[in-house]
Design a protein around this ligand. Structure first.
Ligand code: NAP
Ligand code: HSE
Length: 430
């Protein structure tokens, strides 16, 4: 590679503009440290007339061929987003020997194995630290520092937008809609924010993290997910009263050699390390019997924060030999995916029921017959209805799901029951 490293950028929005700024402001440091001068040679955008601070308008193009078809480009930075046409473009670039740095989790969670294969074939590298938890170097830690740590679980807050919404709803009483609009204004949300609030963004990130942590090919289709878009603020408030904090969690575990990965709202005890992660921050808690617990926490979204990880990956490409390392960390150990309902957990169960004598006893009986044990019950009468909230002892999820099927059929149960996982070592806050 020559002293001048030519960079082609696909996209120059929230993250891309951060990359341009950081490369400009740190050019001297980068040249001293690496011996290379980084030059942004071409930048693909949709609107080449729009103002792009720090960029010579002459480098802007709306034709991807100006980058993909230019053999002088050494590294492509993809910060455009979307699966189509980025999938085809990056496979092509990697296959022709051009290394790629990307922040695109949806692309990786669908086509990661194909992209890695193209990189191997082309003798190029693909790096994607920015695709998960923005500025937190969790991928580097998993694929380098903890490569042989036999990770058993990865649990985390991996979406900044939803954590921002949940934190602001509690901290300042902001409505869901206002908090989402603010997260969009601050550049945290995806172009289509339903990916954030619906859980697809977190599911893609958990697929990437668990692929590396468990040396298994996990794709987004292997990750059942529920977002916060259907969560009721009542449940957030009741959880708080009970001493829990509501978070959108990604939870990946090895259970009897099988891999289980999912994303859903969960109640976290107030004294749990994840409970105090607020705003757009993210945190990932890694567990293994070798290293016990390691938690990585920091900015999980935002243009500059994400751009910092992108630039770090560019420097990492410059400082390493093509191919080997990343491919090795993503080797497939052939683990199966765990069956639905195979895991154990404690749960929060909310039921809207008819306020009549004997209802609580009948509900308790159904739970008991299904082998589900109750830890705490809270009941509030509201006219002819009563709201029953229970914290259920840790037990097999399949038993709770079986009880739910029977509870739904009871005439006294008025609305769809709400079931939310409770995480943490205990089942209730201390
Ligand atoms: P963004 O602000 O919407 O920017 C997208 C850029 O790509 C824009 O410059 C846009 O051009 C260009 N673009 C989009 N489609 C194009 C097409 N078909 N042809 C040519 N140019 C196209 O998005 P972003 O927030 O920077 O996110 C970019 C990527 O980073 C996504 O994969 C996202 O998931 C990931 N990411 C974002 C964050 C974050 O906090 N924002 C954090 C981590 C990862 P115009 O400017 O002309 O519209
Ligand atoms: N939309 C994402 C989030 C950006 O809110 O976490 C970071 O990947």
């Amino acid at each position: 590679m020559s002293d001048v490293v030519r960079i082609g950028m696909l996209g120059c929005g929230t993250v891309g503009q951060g990359v341009v700024r950081i490369l400009h402001e740190t050019a001297g440091t980068i040249e001293r440290a690496t011996g290379h001068r980084l030059e942004i040679s071409r930048v693909l955008v949709r609107d080449a007339q729009a103002d792009r601070p720090g960029l010579d308008p002459a480098v802007l193009t709306t034709d991807a061929e100006d980058i993909l078809g230019d053999d002088r480009i050494d590294i492509i930075i993809e910060v455009m987003g979307g699966v189509d046409p980025t999938h085809e473009w990056l496979v092509r670039a990697l296959g022709h020997g051009t290394s790629v740095v990307t922040a695109n989790k949806q692309l990786l969670a669908r086509f990661g194995p194909e992209l890695l294969a193209a990189a191997e074939e082309g003798g190029s590298e693909i790096r994607f630290e920015a695709s998960v938890c923005a500025a937190i170097p969790v991928i580097k830690v998993l694929r380098e520092s903890l490569l042989a740590a036999e990770i058993e679980s990865v649990m985390g807050i991996v979406n900044g937008t939803t954590n921002y919404i949940l934190s602001e709803m509690r901290r300042s009483g902001m409505t869901y809609a206002d908090a989402l609009a603010q997260a969009q204004d601050l550049g945290y949300a995806e172009a289509d924010p339903t990916e954030d609030v619906g859980g697809a963004d977190a599911a893609a990130k958990m697929a990437i993290l668990s692929s590396i942590a468990f040396h298994t090919r996990v794709l987004i289709d292997d990750v059942p997910y529920t977002g916060i878009d259907e969560l009721q603020s009542d449940d957030v408030d009741i959880a708080h009263e009970l001493g829990f904090v509501m978070k959108l969690l990604g939870i990946a575990r090895l259970a009897d050699g099988a891999v289980s990965v999912r994303v859903h709202p969960a109640l976290v005890p107030g004294d749990h390390p994840l409970a105090s992660v607020n705003g757009a921050d993210n945190a990932v808690l890694l567990e293994s019997s070798l290293v016990r617990q390691i938690m990585l926490e920091g900015p999980g979204a935002g243009g500059t924060e994400t751009a910092s990880a992108v630039v770090g990956d560019v420097l990492s490409v410059l400082g390493s030999r093509p191919g080997s390392f990343l491919g090795g960390a993503l080797a497939d150990a052939g683990r199966p995916m765990a069956a639905e309902g195979a895991l154990e957990s404690a749960f929060y169960l909310r039921l809207e029921v008819a306020d009549r004598p004997g209802v609580l006893a009948r509900i308790s009986a159904v739970l008991g017959e299904c082998g589900v044990s109750i830890l705490t019950v809270l009941q509030r009468g509201e006219g002819e209805s009563a709201r029953l909230v229970m914290i259920l002892h840790r037990g097999p999820e399949s038993q709770v799901q079986a009880a739910l099927v029977r509870l739904r059929d009871m005439p006294e149960v008025r609305d769809e029951p709400v079931l939310i996982t409770v995480v943490g070592s205990g089942e209730a806050p201390s």
